[in-house]
Design a protein around this ligand. Structure first.
Ligand code: ZN
Length: 291
């Protein structure tokens, strides 16, 4: 159960207790949550240095044009990756997560019909990328395709930091109990090592903008099942490396609960994924316009 900030001293112990919980395994809270407040410190995945996938540094270097210093750069981080399930040794290795360690990455959730989270998040991210680029935003993706391994969660955060992003959006879909549904946005709490203090207020603003735009675009209900709810559809966490290690404003969105039958069918519908992308892009653009 997510009872509040996990302090450094107990973070390791908490990690050791929950690390066996997979992304698709409901945690202890009502309804459970793969990315929810009670889920393991093993949320996202990443590319080990030895991977044949493009290193995040080269992705950023390739995708950021020279004029990026004067335009808004947004980093899109599609959760997990298609090659993760075949590389447990690489994705299970511990990496820094902001005062503790967690696995480099995880396999992710999937619907009851077998539609995997990594494919969903990558497809939605591509759609968001198109929409943002059409709006004049420079987009950097943390992974270039959906068949690699990783990158590690700390490397994904570093991609956003190195890009000097105006905002980093990590796109996920939850793997909670089948009887709950809805989307939620996750904003950062102060990391156990305190390193993300400077980005908390801006990230909260971005989370609010994202929540409003996504709800409007998709009609998806605001999730009430996660254990760290600030309000319906919004949680605040200090156990996600992508938020703890961010030095630029950063948020996560869990677009649906993939294990819920209605939400699972929703995720598999390309027309709905386009609306989801429109909601995410709309929230990003609202945030950028407010800066
Ligand atoms: Zn995920």
């Amino acid at each position: 159960m997510w009872g509040g900030p996990v302090r450094k001293g107990i973070a390791t112990a908490v990690l050791s207790l929950v690390a066996v919980t997979a992304c698709t395994t409901p945690a202890g809270a009502p309804g459970g949550s793969a990315h929810g407040a009670t889920r393991p410190r093993s949320d996202i995945t990443s590319v080990p240095a030895t991977s044949t996938s493009s290193p995040t540094s080269s992705v950023a270097a390739t995708d950021v044009p020279a004029e990026s210093s004067t335009s808004s750069v947004v980093v899109l981080d599609p959760g997990h990756n298609g090659g993760n399930s075949g590389a447990p040794g690489q994705i299970n290795r511990p990496v820094p997560a902001g005062g503790f360690t967690k696995p480099c990455n995880t396999v992710g959730a999937e619907t009851s019909a077998g539609y995997p989270e990594h494919a969903f998040t990558f497809n939605v991210a591509l759609r968001v990328q198109d929409l943002l680029r059409a709006g004049g935003v420079t987009v950097v993706m943390t992974r270039p395709d959906d068949f690699g391994v990783g990158p590690c969660v700390n490397e994904r955060a570093e991609t956003a930091n190195q890009a000097g992003a105006a905002l980093a959006v990590s796109i996920h879909a939850d793997g909670a109990s089948p009887d709950v549904r809805g989307f939620h946005v996750i904003e950062p709490a102060l990391a156990p090592d305190g390193g993300n203090a400077a980005i908390l207020d801006a990230s909260a603003k971005a989370a609010s903008d994202l929540l409003t735009a996504f709800s409007t675009a998709t009609g998806e209900p605001l999730a009430t099942y996660p254990g760290a709810l600030v309000r319906s559809g919004l949680t605040r966490r200090d156990d996600l490396a992508g938020l703890n290690l961010a030095r630029v404003p950063a948020v996560f969105i869990e677009c649906v609960n993939m294990r819920n039958p209605e939400d699972g069918a929703t995720a598999a519908d390309p027309d709905w994924r386009q609306r989801a992308a429109e909601g995410i892009a709309g929230g990003v653009l609202t945030y950028l316009a407010s800066r």
